[in-house]
Design a binder for this molecule. Structure first.
Ligand code: HEM
Ligand code: HEM
Length: 167
């Protein structure tokens, strides 16, 4: 592995691009919910009739899927840095599980969304909705943990995800 002490620029860029798109997905979905309701009732709609917010949700969600697959390839080939020194082992272990769960959701949300939309499946629409209820608190805990490491434990965990620092 090239430099297991730091995330690469590509890994950092992918983390924040995907994080931004996920926050937008969680905010911009009223249009797709309406359009999906119409689809379940067999009402259409043709792609041309879709509102901008709906198209954004579909395209951005598929972008998240593509970027996540790229990110996982990079992660498997290059690895990721160990927990910073001084991080209690139990917290480091929780981070491992939290990151694995986040990767899981980055696949689960687009896949359930795609199946719901293209196969007009209410069941997968419900899975997609349930995913949202689990993902939001997980992201909140993840961001909070990053801030606690930065301001309370005062280590470089957040810094190394903000800019590349070869050590
Ligand atoms: C990480 C990616 C995604 C996130 C975080 C996300 C998030 C959301 C959220 C929060 C909702 C509202 C759910 C609710 O009614 O409470 C929603 C609805 C929906 N999304 Fe996504 N979405 C993602 C990707 C996708 C993709 C790729 C597609 C399809 C191409 C898609 C299709 C849909 C559909 C059809 C609905 C309406 C489902 C329903 O009302 O039951 N989503 N999405
Ligand atoms: C908005 C606030 C966020 C902050 C402050 C934040 C911060 C961080 C930091 C500091 C790390 C590095 C942890 C370490 O080196 O041990 C990290 C890793 C990670 N973050 Fe975030 N993050 C945020 C949002 C998100 C979102 C929205 C997602 C996806 C839904 C996400 C997914 C991940 C994943 C999967 C990792 C593990 C990376 C790896 O080791 O391969 N993050 N985050």
């Amino acid at each position: 592995m090239a430099d297991p002490n730091a995330y690469s620029r590509l890994q950092i860029g992918l983390h924040w691009t995907i994080a931004l798109l996920v926050v937008l997905q969680l905010s911009i979905n009223a249009g797709v919910r309406d359009a999906f309701g119409d689809r379940l009732e067999g009402l259409g709609p043709g792609l041309a009739a879709l509102a901008a917010g709906t198209i954004f949700h579909l395209v951005s969600g598929m972008t998240i899927l593509a970027l996540t697959l790229l990110r996982l390839v990079v992660r498997l080939r290059r690895g990721a840095p160990e927990a910073e020194e001084g991080v209690p082992p139990v917290i480091a272990l929780m981070a491992v599980f939290a990151h694995a769960a986040l990767y899981g959701f980055l696949l689960f949300m687009p896949v359930t969304g795609l199946i719901a939309w293209f196969f007009a499946s209410e069941f997968f629409g419900t899975l997609h909705e349930i995913g949202r209820f689990l993902l939001v608190p997980l992201i909140a805990a993840h961001a909070l943990a990053a801030l606690v490491e930065h301001f309370v434990l005062r280590n470089d965990t957040l810094r190394r995800m903000l800019r590349y620092t070869a050590r």
